[in-house]
Design a protein around this ligand. Structure first.
Ligand code: AMP
Length: 120
């Protein structure tokens, strides 16, 4: 099984070695703008704990941490003012999904109609 790579780019952001355009932060969760946005709002939401992917997170994190994470996603959606207009959440796990960064993250997209956008 793959082990967590401490040198991945989001780990470097968490360690403060690389800057990010921060949208929200608390002791467990960080949200920042995607460097290469594909919608008017395109942020990444990550737990601060070391999980490689969505699958790793839901399989191995505590129920409390999982619940806290998803409650925080909703808080961020509210802060970004997309609850009424709508938003899309995407997460890539592993090879077939072409996951690029091996630290679990959700993409949250919104503030425009996403119907025509294909995520790749
Ligand atoms: P994924 O394919 O789901 O692993 O997506 C990785 C995402 O991270 C892509 O949308 C990239 O644009 C984004 N990304 C890569 N490096 C950075 C960075 N330094 N700051 C913000 N977003 C980044």
């Amino acid at each position: 099984m793959m082990s967590y790579d401490n040198e991945n780019i989001f780990s470097k952001i968490l360690k403060g070695e690389i800057p990010c355009d921060k949208v929200y932060e608390d002791e467990n969760v960080l949200c920042f703008k995607d460097i290469n946005p594909i919608a008017k709002i395109h942020v990444l939401i990550i737990p601060k704990d070391k999980y490689i992917s969505f699958n790793d997170f839901v399989a191995n994190a505590s129920s409390e941490k999982i619940s806290y994470f998803f409650k925080t996603v909703e808080k961020i959606a509210k802060k970004l003012n997309v609850v009424d207009s709508g938003y899309r959440i995407i997460t890539n796990h592993g090879m077939d999904a072409n996951q690029e960064v091996p630290h679990f993250h959700l993409h949250l997209l919104g503030k425009e109609n996403l119907g025509g956008i294909k995520y790749q």
